[in-house]
Design a protein around this ligand. Structure first.
Ligand SMILES: *Cc1c(COP(=O)(O)O)cnc(C)c1O
Length: 216
């Protein structure tokens, strides 16, 4: 598939859901893709990208940023506290705030710099032991804690269990966001982004459907 096809499918999903055209942000997940592929997608006009590793992003985005205006970078992978400084310097949004310690480190960096990327709190909607994220039962308290630290909490993010129908997970994320007055939902990937838009996604994270299968 191509960027144009995915953009068109996203426009149709917005229309079907009664959402304004262009209101859902398409994050092109470029992790592990070769730089030539990323450059192609930049050439096609895409400016919003997602990476899951700070180091990989550091190694290639400064070059792209020098060549293309208006790039917006989103961190969608787990963030270690020792990479937090590099992450806040590099990214416009962090989708993976998943523990108190990281919230504290981000809050300290935000104070020091007088600026902070937009923050999404990752919720482990499937309560999977191996997966990062705040458990749904603990989400209200965690959101309050993060806000009390003056972090710019913009919304919630989830990665539903691979083998399950994602719809109940998207609905749960939406319910937690709504009762906490959060408008933004980072949910939906290549296989389910249209469903996610129908259920309220404001940010979809689409990798392989735009770039092709990841080989690395
Ligand atoms: C890799 C990744 C994606 C993109 O997955 P695709 O199935 O290739 O669209 C989205 N979100 C996260 C958190 C990822 O790690």
């Amino acid at each position: 598939m191509s960027l144009a096809t995915i953009t068109e499918r996203l426009r149709r999903a917005e229309l079907n859901a009664g959402r304004a055209p262009g209101s859902v942000s398409l994050i092109a997940v470029s992790k592990v893709q070769p730089p030539e592929r990323v450059a192609e997608v930049l050439e096609q006009g895409q400016r919003v990208f997602g990476e899951n590793r700070v180091q990989e992003a550091q190694s290639r985005w400064p070059d792209f940023q020098a060549r293309y205006q208006g790039i917006e970078l989103h961190l969608i992978g787990p963030l270690q506290t020792n990479k937090a400084r590099a992450a806040v310097e590099m990214f416009d949004a962090i989708h993976t705030l998943d523990r108190l310690k990281l919230a504290q480190v981000l809050a300290r960096l935000a104070q020091e710099r007088g600026a902070c990327p937009e923050v999404f709190i990752q919720v482990n909607t499937g309560a999977e032991p191996q997966k990062a994220g705040i458990l749904p039962d603990a989400a209200d308290a965690f959101i309050a804690d993060a806000r009390a630290m003056d972090l710019p909490v913009r919304g919630l993010m989830c990665i539903p269990p691979a083998a399950e129908d994602p719809a109940p997970h998207f609905r749960l994320l939406g319910a937690v966001a709504a009762r906490n007055g959060l408008s933004d939902l980072s949910m939906g990937m290549s296989d389910d982004f249209e469903l996610a838009v129908a259920l309220g996604a404001t940010h979809v994270r689409v990798g392989s459907a735009i770039f092709g299968a990841r080989t690395g």
